[in-house]
Design a protein around this ligand. Sequence first.
Ligand code: FES
Length: 163
Amino acid sequence: MANERDLEALLNTGVSRRKVLVSLPVLAVGASVGLTTGCGASIPSSSVVYGSPDELAVGTPQRLPGYDVFLLRTDQGVGAISGRCTHMGCGVGIAPSGGFHCGCHGSNFAADGTVTGGPAQRDLTWFAVRIEDGNIVVDPTQEVAKDTFTPLAPSSGGEVAIR
Ligand code: FES
């Protein structure tokens, strides 16, 4: 959207079409930086400690700070979902709908990583999660099946601890 406005603004200022066409690569770079929400982030190459599960809202994906990985807490436990689009690898961001959106070419994914709109054809990858000393530890070196949740430690009453 921003680059369409920029183009329109350039054309309305009387700048020649030739100058606009010369400017397109610069606009394209700016647009891709702005739309790639995971810009600069990466998938960690080894396990990362997040912290307490109590810091996660139930049902709302939350980014593992600094990485293209999202944590999802449900009544089944905690899961970790890759934030890398399965189309061409751009970073996805959390969509207003609660799922994920890739700004590069417009793919959409549900909150559990299920692809809901292309061009991506595959669901987002899930990573292994374990609980150590009460903290969530994500291991992106181990891919797991979608909907693989790690149960949280039983509360004193013996139930799975959920919010
Ligand atoms: Fe995500 Fe193309 S890289 S839609």
